[in-house]
Design a protein around this ligand. Structure first.
Ligand SMILES: [Mn+2]
Length: 432
């Protein structure tokens, strides 16, 4: 018997709900695909690419996120790993885009590995990167990470942090994960607190020790972030530091780009292009922000920037065989929205930016660049951006058994109400 499942949205129910909008969708899709085909777009190819594009959902995104000032829980949050997998199952059933879950250790250590794997299979989702956690002290921890983990001056503390990462790899192996993500919060809050060179050297040595325990068919993703929780310096502060450390570790180590982990106005699309040229863009975290690491709904503030980033991702996927296919994940928190509705909006925004990037005529863009026709370059990008591609997204979902309108069906099936009934008003996501 399967454990955990309290709510499952089967394909018949979704198809049934799709009927109402089918005719108007068909009209919009026919109109758009005719127009695109006239412009030499291969619509079937785009639909195929959209159908295959899968984004992992992290276990920590399924409850309401908090700030350092507090957290307001959302009703019916998943309080166990089983329930988190069920929630991703709901998202995947509706969108057919969320076919993976990313676990955070120690919050998500399975009790019964076989049962957990079976539950994920039943939802048609796989286990994406496993994430370690040395940004806080765990229960019964011998040593404290108050002054750093992998970078700490004290060898025994570094060893504890390295061992934790190795434990995470071993948990991931049992679930079928193929990658470890390391985000290091280490740094300093005040000038003079740390010796920069020593902290970096220790971090490099620690990462190499973790890398040594990585199975042959695994990847290690090194995430960077300029500030927070430390406000003066962060050891792995930018893509260059991450790239350097990945190179030091070896060919299975890669840089991970998180959209929120840049100082304001950084040219993230150029960072993406640089890393893909060098074959080192391994992981990618989606979110949106206005000021810093705001972690808000993808595409809610800067959809055009997201499109420009996708332009580089598409270019890299087509032209850089030296770069592996990146691991996609949403890394956002949801302070006031229903987390599942927020994730549906994020998935839609990601697919929209991807579809628009696929519309860019790369040959024409190249020709305009060679002629230094700057105006035309902009026109080519913006013609693609201004196209309403939503019928393409809907068609992709239709062909894979998803919902024409995931959000509408989520609400009409009263998913949240059902989750609250099953789990209770006060059910809280663990770990956040
Ligand atoms: Mn991230």
């Amino acid at each position: 018997m399967l454990i955990g499942i309290i709510m499952r949205i089967d394909k018949d129910r979704i198809q049934d709900k799709n009927q109402k909008d089918l005719k108007s969708h068909q009209e919009s899709f026919d109109f758009l695909s005719n127009r695109l085909e006239k412009n030499n777009c291969n619509v079937n190819d785009i639909i195929d690419k959209l159908s295959k594009f899968q984004v992992a959902i992290p276990s920590w995104a399924l409850g309401a996120g908090g700030t350092r000032f507090g957290r307001f829980s959302f009703q019916g949050e998943p309080s166990t790993l089983e329930q988190k997998i069920d929630d991703v199952g709901i998202l995947h059933a509706l969108t057919q885009t969320a076919g993976a879950i990313s676990l955070h250790i120690p919050w998500d250590v399975p009790q019964d590995y076989e049962a957990i794997k079976q539950l994920a299979v039943s939802h048609n989702i796989i286990f994406d990167a496993v994430n370690s956690n040395t940004f806080q002290d765990q229960k019964n921890a011998e040593k404290s990470y108050r002054f750093g983990s992998l970078s700490n001056r004290e060898k025994t503390i570094r060893e504890q942090a390295v061992q934790h990462n190795i434990d995470v790899i071993n948990i991931g192996r049992k679930l079928g994960s193929k990658s470890l993500t390391v985000w290091l919060a280490d740094g300093s809050n005040f000038p003079g607190q740390n010796n920069f060179q020593n902290a970096l050297q220790h971090t490099q040595d620690s990462l190499k020790n973790i890398y040594g325990a990585l199975p042959d068919d695994w990847k290690m993703f090194i995430e960077y972030k300029p500030y927070e929780p430390n406000f003066y310096s962060t050891v792995i502060q930018d893509w260059g530091t991450s790239f350097m450390l990945a190179n030091e570790c070896g060919e299975k180590a890669y840089t991970l780009v998180d959209l929120g982990h840049h100082l304001p106005n950084s040219n993230i699309e150029q960072i993406v292009a640089t890393l893909m040229l060098k074959g080192k863009l391994g992981g990618f975290h989606f979110n949106d922000s206005k000021y810093g690491d705001d972690d808000i709904t993808v595409g809610s503030i800067k959809p055009y920037t997201l499109f420009l980033i996708f332009n580089e991702l598409v270019y890299g996927m087509n032209n850089n065989p030296q770069n592996p296919y990146p691991a996609w994940m949403i890394d956002a928190s949801h302070n006031i929205k229903d987390p599942l509705e927020d994730l549906i909006q994020s998935l839609e925004a990601i697919q929209e930016a991807y579809a628009k990037a696929l519309l860019i005529d790369q040959a024409q863009l190249r020709a305009a660049q060679i002629e230094n026709d700057v105006v035309r370059c902009q026109e080519i990008l913006q013609n693609a951006y201004r196209t309403d591609v939503r019928p393409l997204l809907q068609q992709a979902r239709l062909t894979t058994g998803g919902a024409l309108s995931p959000l509408h069906i989520y609400r009409s099936l009263k998913v949240r109400e059902n989750l609250i009934t099953a789990r209770g008003v006060n059910s809280k996501a663990v770990g956040l």
